[in-house]
Design a protein around this ligand. Structure first.
Ligand SMILES: [Zn+2]
Length: 307
């Protein structure tokens, strides 16, 4: 069997339009450039080059260095989606794109159609906690119907929702995690069996509910991205290895996808997360075939890529 590609199913593109949008929303003093410079200083995060081709080259160098074949890159603000689409168009063999969508925005479904059909993005990302709705609210239906019509993927962020960069810009926290219970996804996934859903970060604190959703619906998957700091919220002590063991049992190895949640420089691509997770899967006795599926094969299949 040919070696499967190494694919990171969860990265944020965090390009210039994203930071500009946060700076515009912010009530910090000074011009946008000054606000961004202040955030660079307080967070240690380097602001991306205004020229996206420079940003793209930086990421491609990271990928080469870590031998990662493809990144699934998210826009994290609607104004960033055209840049993500442009990146995918420039290097379709290295990037797949996913657009953040707020179903409460006017003509959200039309936006999905434009991004997935005309701009070749692979799916959408929903933030129910941040945008203030439940995934089973009928207002989401037109958006999901568009995703279903084009065979797109749907990431649904559940559980805890924090964006440290928003905090650095002094933006108010408005997320309501009680809206983002993975169990709300069960009837939605049943109504849309043709859509593959991905719950990031093993449910970001709603681990039990994520396992339940995964056992209930074969079109729900989970990704392993981020530092998984949510583990600290669990009443019983859990290690990342315990989390993998339970997720692989409840979802089966074919529905767990590797991700890192990489996005900012100077950290770049989080090879440390690959190494940690890869070791865990091997320690748990995963076969090399299962390992290849988790670290690339599964998401390649969901993206419709030839493997
Ligand atoms: Zn993320």
């Amino acid at each position: 069997m040919a070696k499967l590609p190494l694919i990171d199913a969860h990265c944020h593109w965090f390009s210039a339009p994203f930071f500009k949008a946060l700076a515009e929303e912010s009530h910090m003093e000074g011009a946008l450039e000054q606000r961004m410079a202040k955030v660079q200083e307080s967070s240690g995060v380097q602001m991306p080059d205004q020229d996206d081709s420079v940003h793209r080259k930086r990421w491609l160098t990271e990928m080469q260095k870590s031998k990662v074949d493809r990144l699934v890159i998210f826009s994290s603000h609607p104004t960033e989606s055209p840049t993500v689409a442009e990146t995918v168009a420039t290097a379709p063999d290295r990037f797949s794109g996913v657009a953040v969508i707020n179903p409460k925005m006017e003509n959200a479904a039309g936006g999905v159609q434009a991004l997935l059909v005309e701009r070749n993005l692979s799916g959408i990302l929903l933030f129910p906690a941040q945008h203030g709705y439940r995934i089973d609210d009928p207002l989401v239906t037109p958006v999901l119907e568009q995703v279903a019509a084009v065979g797109g993927l749907c990431y649904v962020h559940c559980g805890l929702f924090t964006v440290p960069l928003r905090d650095h810009f002094g933006l108010k926290r408005t997320a309501n995690p009680s809206l983002a219970n993975p169990l709300f996804l069960v009837p939605v996934a049943d109504r849309h069996p043709e859509i593959n859903f991905i719950i990031p970060h093993f449910g970001a604190g709603m681990f039990r509910e994520t396992l339940m959703a995964g056992m209930q619906c074969s079109n729900i998957h989970t990704d392993s991205s981020s530092s998984n700091g949510w583990i600290r919220t669990q009443p019983q002590s859990l290690t990342l290895k315990d989390v993998f063991e339970r997720a692989l049992d409840a979802f089966s190895p074919s529905r767990v996808v590797f991700g890192t949640d990489s996005g900012t420089f100077p950290r770049g691509w989080r090879e440390d997360r690959l190494n940690e997770q890869s070791l865990i899967v091997r320690d748990l006795g995963g076969s090399s075939d299962e390992h290849s599926q988790i670290f690339g094969g599964n998401i390649a299949r969901l993206l419709g890529l030839p493997v």
